[in-house]
Design a protein around this ligand. Structure first.
Ligand code: TYD
Ligand code: MG
Length: 454
């Protein structure tokens, strides 16, 4: 059977199944050529010359110049970006609807504009008047940001080409409509193709682009996951809508560390940065209560202390509830199983609720021991000492494993006035003056030592 032939446009790279005189994508004439399959080596084409050209090679040591960056002047944002916004980079900011993405980006736009970038903000969701109203509320009306309300991608690209900005903000990618794609805005093919066009345009023109993507329920509307692979940096804006704290988390960054977080507070005048998140997450803590434990966690390059709360109550259902906010449900099930089978602390017939206070979402296994402590404390109705922080990973055998950056965790705890730390046993000595470290080899030992013989 003959292989299907394919043709591509030498001007824009568009691939088609049929030859044509004019490219349907970029409208150029006489640019469509048949694609010749490559076998193992360079082959002569019909004109007698070798196809392709040689690429310059380099060694690993020769340093390429660092890409130029512009800082927003907001430490929480700059850190998540890996030290500022990189020229000609493409970013995606994902998050639930209503979490504050538009607010964050309007504030960022104003900051970047003030620091010398030419910024265009294009909203496909709100009218110009609505964005202006928000700008007034945020006190940003004086900043030199150019604004438009548009969803037609062709018009947007033409406008960007005419104005040559340094940064374009597209709010949101789900409202963009590319007229060469035959489906509704928000569908997977529209979102993918709009993001591709914008990213390619940005790279070719030395412009940075920030696209907003709403996290959506599965269905006809495509979420930010569809474009994650196309962009350089993926940031997620998280938080509980009832809480004022918001966390900007880098989940992918070609120009900096991933897993870095920036902490913000939603106020009546927009987002304010939070310089000392630990103090904030612990500020609502009262007297020690059963089920409440302070965990010394690491988020990116920072130590963040937060409170883990558990509630255990007799269940009226045949299948007890396991409800968790801010942590992984599977990991909770694992810890309950280890507590049952290795430490003889049964949870059968009990509803279990676990919550990370302040709307923080923890991903580290280092929180295992703090979760176990909160669960046992809630079940036994016995409070832990107020001045203690807890961290450590639990293995299925019930042993406790040391975690990374122990020193930093201890230092932060000490800085915030804690006097003891309960952690896995390790041979290394820790220089944390004034902080008593209680090292435990396994979970069963921890339960007996901390909660006594039961
Ligand atoms: P928004 O940025 O529109 O969210 P998104 O773009 O992610 O959908 O923000 C939505 C919420 O933020 C809205 O419910 C009101 C609140 N908000 C404040 O609390 N303070 C403010 O200064 C602003 C502008 C919004
Ligand atoms: Mg919005």
């Amino acid at each position: 059977m003959a292989k299907d032939k394919s043709y591509s446009c030498s001007a824009c790279g568009n691939v088609t199944r049929k030859w044509a005189g004019q490219c349907e994508s970029c409208q150029a004439w006489n640019t469509i050529h048949e694609d010749k399959a490559l076998s193992s080596g360079p082959k002569k084409n019909s004109l007698g010359s070798m196809r392709g050209s040689t690429i310059p090679l380099t060694d690993l040591a020769t340093a390429e110049a660092e890409p130029p960056r512009t800082q927003a002047g907001v430490a929480e944002l700059d850190r998540v970006l890996g030290g500022g916004l990189v020229k000609a980079s493409a970013l995606l900011v994902g998050g639930d609807p209503g979490i504050g993405k538009s607010t964050l980006l309007l504030q960022a736009a104003a900051r970047f504009a003030r620091n010398g970038l030419k910024v265009i903000y294009i909203s496909g969701e709100e009218s110009r008047a609505q964005v202006q109203m928000r700008a007034r509320r945020l006190g940003l009306t004086e900043s030199p940001v150019q604004l438009a309300s548009e969803t037609n991608l062709r018009d947007i690209l033409t406008t960007l080409d005419a104005n040559k900005p340094d940064l374009a903000i597209i709010d949101s990618i789900q409202t963009m409509w590319a007229d060469n794609v035959d489906s509704a805005p928000g569908s997977v093919s529209q979102v993918r193709s709009s993001a591709h066009e914008l990213t390619t345009f940005a790279k070719r023109n030395g412009m940075s682009v920030i696209m907003v993507g709403h996290v959506t329920k599965e269905g006809a509307i495509a979420g930010p996951r569809v474009v994650e692979h196309m962009v350089d940096t993926v940031l997620y804006f998280e938080g509980e809508r009832g809480h004022q704290f918001r966390i900007l988390r880098a989940v992918k960054n070609r120009f900096g560390p991933a897993d870095e977080i920036g902490v913000f507070e939603m106020t009546g005048k927009g987002l304010a940065e939070v310089k000392n998140p630990s103090a904030l997450f612990l500020s609502e803590r009262g007297e020690p209560a059963p089920g409440s434990v302070v965990f010394a966690g690491i988020e990116g390059t920072r130590t963040v202390l937060c409170e883990i709360q558990a509630l255990v109550a007799p269940s009226p259902h045949s299948q007890p509830r396991r409800s968790v906010v801010g942590w992984d449900g599977g990991r909770l099930a694992m810890i309950l199983a280890v507590l049952e089978s290795r430490c003889e602390v049964p949870f059968a017939g009990l509803d279990v609720y676990l919550n990370v206070a302040g709307g923080l979402r923890i991903q580290e296994p280092a929180a295992d021991l703090a979760v176990a402590a909160a669960l046992v404390s809630a079940r036994e109705d016995a409070a832990l000492p107020k001045e203690a922080v807890i961290f450590g990973e639990i293995s299925l055998s019930g042993a406790l494993r040391p975690v990374s950056q122990t020193e930093n965790r201890l230092k932060e705890a000490q800085k915030l006035g804690f006097t003891s730390a309960i952690m896995p046993q390790q041979s290394k000595k820790f220089a944390a003056a004034g902080l008593e470290t209680r090292q435990m080899p396994d979970l069963a030992g921890f339960v007996t030592k901390v909660f006594g013989e039961r």
